[in-house]
Design a protein around this ligand. Sequence first.
Ligand SMILES: *[C@@H]1O[C@H](CO)[C@@H](O)[C@H](O)[C@H]1NC(C)=O
Length: 342
Amino acid sequence: MASPLAKCLCAAMLILTTLWASHVSARELSDMSMVERHEEWMAENGRVYKDAAEKARRFEIFKSNAQLVDSFNAGNHKYWLGTNKFADLTNDEFKATRTGFRTSKTTNTVKISKRFKYENVSAVPASMDWRTRGVVTPVKDQGQCGCCWAFSAVAAMEGITKLTTGKLISLSEQELVDCDVEGEDQGCEGGLMDDAFGFIISKGGLTTESNYPYRAMDGNCDAKKSASIAASIRGYEDVPANNEAALLTAVSQQPVSVAIDGGDYPFQLYSGGVFTGDCGTELDHAVTAIGYGTTSDGTKYWLLKNSWGTTWGENGYMRIERDVAAKEGTCGLAMEPSYPTA
Ligand SMILES: *[C@@H]1O[C@H](CO)[C@@H](O)[C@H](O)[C@H]1NC(C)=O
């Protein structure tokens, strides 16, 4: 007669065997349904491949991304991933065309004062969302052009323009892509927000999005369109580096351009929640900090406006962990923030 312990073990093994069996069939099922999942995803994202070979190649990438998404989401995290519109791209392909921040190699090209106008701001609200104050234009989409730097600079400029003139005007990224060759700025091949601010100041301002619409590719500068100035800035300042407290005072006053390490898989496939990494501090992308807050479970976050359309993240935005142990901030976001001044 079996001891209670052996019975117990036996029952446990039976349960394990059953679980294993159902696991196997679930896996076979999921392999079959992965094809359907890819088909559905293609339809939702309007994706068409040029031939069967390309489709087969994209399916393998999609499958590997979907498996990554599923296994990540099965764990306990403060954020979740999704098979968003970047789900059939390898991380290398994604990095090559959707980011575009160039770290400044030559600091002397940047004529910048060390002044930080918000250094004496002591009382800041517990939370801020510049969208609710009408200071943020709708989320834009840089497409396959590495000019995140232009979108970041423009969003910060749209913010200060609304705050000082009362007018929310969507301004032209394409003008920066085509016309701005200041410092590191090279259109779809990357650039730097401070160099963009420098260009805008020396040129006297920017024209509107509607006058000089975005085309997601490099082009010749249209001097006529560029001459029709809709908004201007007087200067720009860097937020003291590696200082989230300083960044908080700045973001409490206006939207701020932020460089970030946004090239890794979790960032590519981010779908919602408060992003906590994995990411490094190799700044390769640029976004705009348009607020901050704290979730009901006490997690502090920054609110970032991205330029990857509204289907990425939380309708085009990301919440990312704030006040972390690393002085650089999550993904290096506190390393090189800056803002234009009116
Ligand atoms: C901050 O306060 C100090 C001391 O009063 C002052 O010297 C400094 O100019 C102030 N900074 C700004 C940006 O107003």
